[in-house]
Ligand binder design. Structure first.
Ligand code: SAM
Length: 161
Protein backbone atom coordinates (compact mmCIF):
# COMPACT_ATOMS: atom_id res chain seq x y z
CA UNK A 1 0.00 0.00 0.00
CA UNK A 2 1.28 3.44 -0.91
CA UNK A 3 -0.22 6.58 0.61
CA UNK A 4 0.81 10.22 0.32
CA UNK A 5 0.77 13.05 2.82
CA UNK A 6 0.79 16.57 1.44
CA UNK A 7 1.75 19.04 4.17
CA UNK A 8 0.53 22.59 4.68
CA UNK A 9 -2.07 23.14 1.96
CA UNK A 10 -3.04 26.83 1.61
CA UNK A 11 -6.33 27.51 -0.15
CA UNK A 12 -5.24 30.83 -1.61
CA UNK A 13 -1.85 29.71 -2.96
CA UNK A 14 -1.65 25.94 -3.36
CA UNK A 15 -4.83 24.88 -5.13
CA UNK A 16 -3.13 24.02 -8.39
CA UNK A 17 0.02 22.42 -7.05
CA UNK A 18 -1.85 20.43 -4.38
CA UNK A 19 -4.19 19.18 -7.09
CA UNK A 20 -1.18 18.12 -9.13
CA UNK A 21 0.25 16.28 -6.10
CA UNK A 22 -3.03 14.36 -5.89
CA UNK A 23 -3.18 13.61 -9.62
CA UNK A 24 0.40 12.36 -9.68
CA UNK A 25 -0.25 10.25 -6.57
CA UNK A 26 -3.25 8.59 -8.20
CA UNK A 27 -1.73 8.15 -11.66
CA UNK A 28 1.46 6.60 -10.28
CA UNK A 29 -0.28 4.04 -8.08
CA UNK A 30 -0.93 5.51 -4.62
CA UNK A 31 -4.31 4.66 -3.08
CA UNK A 32 -4.82 7.66 -0.82
CA UNK A 33 -3.77 11.23 -0.29
CA UNK A 34 -3.92 12.90 3.10
CA UNK A 35 -3.36 16.61 3.40
CA UNK A 36 -2.79 19.01 6.27
CA UNK A 37 -3.03 22.78 6.40
CA UNK A 38 -6.34 24.33 5.44
CA UNK A 39 -9.29 22.04 4.80
CA UNK A 40 -10.48 22.69 1.26
CA UNK A 41 -13.68 21.11 -0.01
CA UNK A 42 -13.09 22.43 -3.55
CA UNK A 43 -9.70 20.70 -3.62
CA UNK A 44 -11.31 17.45 -2.48
CA UNK A 45 -14.09 17.80 -5.06
CA UNK A 46 -11.71 18.40 -7.95
CA UNK A 47 -9.75 15.25 -7.04
CA UNK A 48 -12.92 13.20 -6.51
CA UNK A 49 -14.26 14.37 -9.90
CA UNK A 50 -11.15 13.03 -11.63
CA UNK A 51 -11.61 9.68 -9.85
CA UNK A 52 -15.28 9.56 -10.95
CA UNK A 53 -14.34 10.09 -14.59
CA UNK A 54 -11.01 8.27 -14.84
CA UNK A 55 -11.62 5.48 -12.33
CA UNK A 56 -9.60 3.74 -9.65
CA UNK A 57 -10.18 3.71 -5.92
CA UNK A 58 -8.13 6.73 -4.97
CA UNK A 59 -9.33 8.78 -1.99
CA UNK A 60 -8.45 12.13 -0.47
CA UNK A 61 -8.77 12.98 3.21
CA UNK A 62 -8.00 15.98 5.35
CA UNK A 63 -5.75 15.11 8.33
CA UNK A 64 -5.65 17.21 11.47
CA UNK A 65 -2.82 15.32 13.07
CA UNK A 66 -0.02 14.07 10.80
CA UNK A 67 1.74 12.23 13.66
CA UNK A 68 -1.18 9.78 13.87
CA UNK A 69 -0.64 8.88 10.22
CA UNK A 70 2.96 7.86 10.81
CA UNK A 71 1.98 4.95 13.08
CA UNK A 72 2.69 1.53 11.57
CA UNK A 73 3.95 2.96 8.30
CA UNK A 74 7.30 3.28 6.60
CA UNK A 75 7.53 7.05 6.34
CA UNK A 76 9.48 8.47 3.40
CA UNK A 77 9.91 12.22 3.47
CA UNK A 78 10.92 13.71 0.12
CA UNK A 79 13.30 16.60 0.61
CA UNK A 80 16.12 18.10 -1.37
CA UNK A 81 18.35 17.52 1.69
CA UNK A 82 17.78 13.77 1.76
CA UNK A 83 19.72 10.70 0.68
CA UNK A 84 19.81 9.77 -2.99
CA UNK A 85 16.61 7.86 -3.86
CA UNK A 86 18.54 5.65 -6.30
CA UNK A 87 20.59 4.25 -3.44
CA UNK A 88 17.81 3.81 -0.88
CA UNK A 89 14.74 2.82 -2.87
CA UNK A 90 15.38 -0.94 -2.81
CA UNK A 91 15.28 -1.06 1.00
CA UNK A 92 11.99 0.83 1.31
CA UNK A 93 9.29 -1.74 2.13
CA UNK A 94 5.97 -2.14 3.92
CA UNK A 95 2.98 0.18 4.05
CA UNK A 96 4.57 3.30 2.72
CA UNK A 97 3.58 6.87 3.54
CA UNK A 98 5.33 9.40 1.30
CA UNK A 99 5.44 12.90 2.74
CA UNK A 100 5.82 16.00 0.58
CA UNK A 101 6.05 19.55 1.83
CA UNK A 102 4.88 22.93 0.76
CA UNK A 103 6.53 26.15 1.79
CA UNK A 104 8.38 25.19 4.98
CA UNK A 105 8.61 21.73 6.44
CA UNK A 106 8.82 21.47 10.21
CA UNK A 107 11.89 19.84 11.69
CA UNK A 108 9.88 17.09 13.44
CA UNK A 109 9.11 15.59 10.05
CA UNK A 110 12.82 15.21 9.31
CA UNK A 111 13.27 13.55 12.71
CA UNK A 112 10.31 11.21 12.67
CA UNK A 113 10.54 10.04 9.05
CA UNK A 114 12.14 6.63 8.54
CA UNK A 115 13.79 7.97 5.39
CA UNK A 116 14.61 11.48 4.26
CA UNK A 117 15.04 11.07 0.53
CA UNK A 118 16.22 13.43 -2.17
CA UNK A 119 15.42 13.25 -5.86
CA UNK A 120 18.53 15.11 -6.88
CA UNK A 121 19.77 17.43 -4.14
CA UNK A 122 18.55 20.46 -6.04
CA UNK A 123 15.47 22.52 -5.24
CA UNK A 124 12.50 21.70 -7.48
CA UNK A 125 8.97 20.69 -6.56
CA UNK A 126 6.82 18.23 -4.66
CA UNK A 127 5.12 17.26 -7.91
CA UNK A 128 8.38 16.46 -9.71
CA UNK A 129 9.93 14.64 -6.76
CA UNK A 130 6.80 12.57 -6.18
CA UNK A 131 6.43 11.51 -9.82
CA UNK A 132 10.04 10.37 -10.11
CA UNK A 133 10.01 8.61 -6.75
CA UNK A 134 6.72 6.77 -7.37
CA UNK A 135 7.78 5.73 -10.83
CA UNK A 136 10.91 4.09 -9.40
CA UNK A 137 9.13 2.65 -6.38
CA UNK A 138 6.59 0.89 -8.61
CA UNK A 139 9.15 -0.04 -11.30
CA UNK A 140 6.93 1.85 -13.76
CA UNK A 141 4.21 -0.79 -13.34
CA UNK A 142 1.16 1.37 -13.83
CA UNK A 143 -2.25 0.43 -12.49
CA UNK A 144 -5.26 -0.11 -14.69
CA UNK A 145 -8.09 2.25 -13.73
CA UNK A 146 -11.07 1.13 -15.83
CA UNK A 147 -12.73 4.51 -15.65
CA UNK A 148 -15.64 5.95 -17.63
CA UNK A 149 -13.00 7.76 -19.64
CA UNK A 150 -10.23 5.53 -20.95
CA UNK A 151 -7.60 6.98 -23.20
CA UNK A 152 -6.30 4.94 -26.09
CA UNK A 153 -2.69 5.82 -26.75
CA UNK A 154 -2.33 7.26 -30.22
CA UNK A 155 0.42 8.88 -32.22
CA UNK A 156 -1.62 11.97 -33.08
CA UNK A 157 -4.80 13.55 -31.81
CA UNK A 158 -7.00 12.10 -29.07
CA UNK A 159 -8.62 8.68 -28.95
CA UNK A 160 -10.74 6.91 -26.36
CA UNK A 161 -11.83 3.31 -25.89
C1 SAM B 1 9.08 23.99 -3.02
S1 SAM B 1 9.77 22.75 -2.01
C2 SAM B 1 10.08 23.60 -0.47
C3 SAM B 1 11.30 23.14 0.24
C4 SAM B 1 11.44 23.78 1.63
N1 SAM B 1 12.42 24.83 1.59
C5 SAM B 1 11.78 22.77 2.72
O1 SAM B 1 11.76 23.14 3.87
O2 SAM B 1 11.97 21.58 2.41
C6 SAM B 1 8.33 21.82 -1.59
C7 SAM B 1 8.56 20.34 -1.48
O3 SAM B 1 9.07 19.83 -2.69
C8 SAM B 1 9.78 18.62 -2.42
N2 SAM B 1 11.10 18.73 -3.03
C9 SAM B 1 11.66 19.83 -3.61
N3 SAM B 1 12.86 19.55 -4.09
C10 SAM B 1 13.09 18.23 -3.83
C11 SAM B 1 14.17 17.34 -4.09
N4 SAM B 1 15.26 17.72 -4.73
N5 SAM B 1 14.05 16.06 -3.69
C12 SAM B 1 12.95 15.63 -3.05
N6 SAM B 1 11.89 16.43 -2.77
C13 SAM B 1 11.97 17.71 -3.17
C14 SAM B 1 9.83 18.47 -0.90
O4 SAM B 1 8.84 17.55 -0.49
C15 SAM B 1 9.53 19.89 -0.43
O5 SAM B 1 9.00 19.91 0.86
Amino acid sequence: MIEILRLGHRISRDKRISTHVALVSRAFGASKLYYTGQKDSEYEKSVNDVVKDFGGDFTIEYAKNWKELFKGKTVVHLTMYGLDYREKIKEIKGNILIVVGGEKVEWKIFELADYNIGVTNQPHSEVGALAVFLDHLTNSNYKSFNGKIRIKPCAKGKQFY
